[in-house]
Write a protein that binds this ligand. Sequence first.
Ligand code: KG4
Ligand code: ZN
Length: 331
Amino acid sequence: MKVLGIETSCDETGVAIYDTEAGLLSHCLHSQIDLHAAYGGVVPELASRDHIRRLPLLMKEVVRQAGLGLGDIDAVAYTAGPGLAGALLVGASVAESFALARGIPALPVHHLEGHLLSPLLSADPPAFPFVALLVSGGHTQLMRVRGVGDYALLGESVDDAAGEAFDKTAKLLGLGYPGGPQLAALAAQGQSGRFRLPRPMLHSGDLDFSFSGLKTAVLNVVQGADWQPAYMADLAADFQLAVVEVLCAKSIAALKKVGLKTLVVAGGVGANRCLRETLDAALARRGGRVHYPEPALCTDNGAMIAFAGAMRLAAGERGAVARAVKIRPRW
Ligand code: KG4
Ligand code: ZN
């Protein structure tokens, strides 16, 4: 079956075609970074309008790249939530309308399920079961994954997500949007160890996280009497290290708790080099292994949604033909 995947939950328009026999046939992505940069963050109305402009063009392009016609598509999977309501509505309306016109099933997909399964699209995919560390702009979660649709939440952030903490801290340091990658780039030029930042909930005894205090700790440093702008890169390095150490310690604790040695990391923060190096080293010491999505599939994309839809179809889910357009922004 050839599944068209559509992702429009935030500021990337992603479209892809996944074939249950031949794998990923094509995928296209349009990032709205330039559109929102001047505002320092995503402007929901602008995001929706741009998704409307791009989606039909990207759909034609993925079909062309796959050497198919629109009539060859057997099902449509789309991100139904969580995300920005207006942005989600664009993808959901297009997906459901396309499915209705073609008489094929449409499958609403949870955005995080897409991220969670995205490492399975790599050349050397992990085998079930595994522990997944989901680190995106909206979520920080540890899950036990036994198979497609079999997910158990082990722990999550009680306040800001890791990506959100990166973005907010970048903003207060005066860095541009998107903050995460810029803060990481600055950290790479600095040296950690100058500032003593907290490791929130490191010893809480559970698998939950808290990142909002870290952002406040950074604010206190830059407002302190001893602050010098020349320390900026060092502060970025210490902030990054604090986030990474907590993520790493809790991931190891989660693996221990469920008795597994395979960790899967997904979501935008999974692109962070310091996080990867720290996790790789920690798992190697324990005879385990970390799996990541291909770099191009770390942030939001249509391929992970097409794949999640295809896995659900393969697991016997049928999807519906002709249903009202329903989105779940806070799913
Ligand atoms: O998964 P994603 O693309 O979108 C959401 O579903 O949220 O994740 C975006 C998040 C943003 O907060 C962004 O700042 C963060 O991932 N991010 C990074 C890096 N690249 C992206 N954070 C730290 N280091 C990076 N290299
Ligand atoms: Zn995402």
